[in-house]
Design a binder for this molecule. Structure first.
Ligand code: SF4
Length: 324
């Protein structure tokens, strides 16, 4: 990709786990060799069940966690090597929106203080008055009223709190935002409003998103490309429309078959496929294909050889069914 703002290159994020002092140290493989790129002004959707490593990957990208192996490049720079002013610039330009807007907002601060705080920390704008003017602009941008500035988070609904959280994120004029399930905790009626707001902001401020969700309908609406993640690895990457019309990997098919679609032709093509059983523990990832313990198409080779992502049509898929 020529205009990639973010490149994730064979990233592994493991966490050591000790069951007892005599036991051999085990590793929880939350992210297990993931590579993809995100273009400027692009939204890359990341979907998968809870516990598949999506959020850990998001946190590795914003440098909350360091990768165990592999690298993350932002604007061509290895983020693991950033120091001083370069690291400060990265912290300003790469932001994260969290799932629970209430937990991520300081209940003792007013909305104005919450939104102004990142600008104070980064010494943005010349004076406090200029920063307060910027707070008023941001409130307007996210659809809140000027008099909300003196209120506290508990006085707002879930959707309004997510708007406050977005305004705080925008205070630093970011270029890349990891949206970690930003609509999962909201009512369905509010979810569309937040998605529309994120799209509007993307156009106005030329931002790229990594949009993490288990709600595939929402991901499709906002993303140009989508990656399906299972047990720490990407099993399919495709253009949003293509992945919906013609999913290749049995896991992606199962995820998509659960969504009702108002198109009988697509629904007929997409036979219902239930995901049986629980996702295995990332402490004991199955050999070969990690999905084989739940896959209705599993073959003997699936237990022995880990399938790599390969290009099939316009998508990439990791599955022996498409071996060439
Ligand atoms: Fe199923 Fe085998 Fe493909 Fe894995 S590699 S998804 S087990 S068919």
């Amino acid at each position: 990709m020529q205009n990639a703002i973010l490149k994730v290159d064979h990233v592994k994020t493991y966490f050591p786990v000790s069951t007892s002092i005599f036991a051999k140290k085990q590793y929880l493989k939350a992210v297990n060799d993931v590579s993809f790129e995100v273009g400027e002004h692009e939204t890359f959707g990341l979907v998968g069940e809870s516990g598949c490593g999506k959020s850990t990957l998001g946190r590795t990208i914003v440098r909350i966690y360091d990768p165990t192996e592999g690298k993350v490049f932002y604007k061509g720079q290895d983020i693991g090597r950033l120091k001083g002013d370069e690291l400060k610039k990265f912290r300003k330009e790469v932001q994260m929106i969290f799932q629970d807007p209430y937990a991520s907002l300081n209940a003792r601060m007013t909305v104005g203080e919450i939104i102004r705080e990142p600008m104070d920390i980064h010494h943005l704008y010349g004076s406090k008055q200029e920063r307060e003017e910027r707070v008023s602009q941001l409130l307007e941008t996210v659809g809140l009223k000027p008099d909300h500035i003196r209120r506290y988070p508990h006085e707002f609904s879930g959707g309004q709190r997510q708007r406050i959280s977005i305004a705080r994120t925008l205070a630093l004029d970011p270029k890349f935002i990891v949206c970690d399930e930003p609509i999962s905790a909201l009512d369905v009626s509010i979810q569309a409003q937040i998605i529309n707001l994120l799209e509007k902001i993307q156009d106005e401020m030329n931002i790229s998103y990594l949009f993490i969700a288990h709600d595939l309908g929402a991901v499709k609406h906002i993303s140009q490309r989508i990656g399906a993640m299972y047990l720490g690895s990407l099993v399919e990457i495709g253009e949003s429309e293509e992945l919906y019309r013609n999913p290749l990997h049995p896991y992606t098919k199962a995820l998509l078959s659960a969504i009702p679609i108002p198109d009988p032709q697509v629904m007929r093509k997409r036979a219902a496929l239930d995901l049986d059983g629980e996702i295995p523990s990332p402490l004991n990832v199955p050999t070969g294909c990690a999905f084989r313990t739940r896959c209705p198409k599993a073959m003997p080779v699936c237990a022995e050889v880990k399938p790599e992502l390969q290009t099939v049509g316009t998508s990439q898929v990791a599955c022996h069914l498409y071996a060439k």
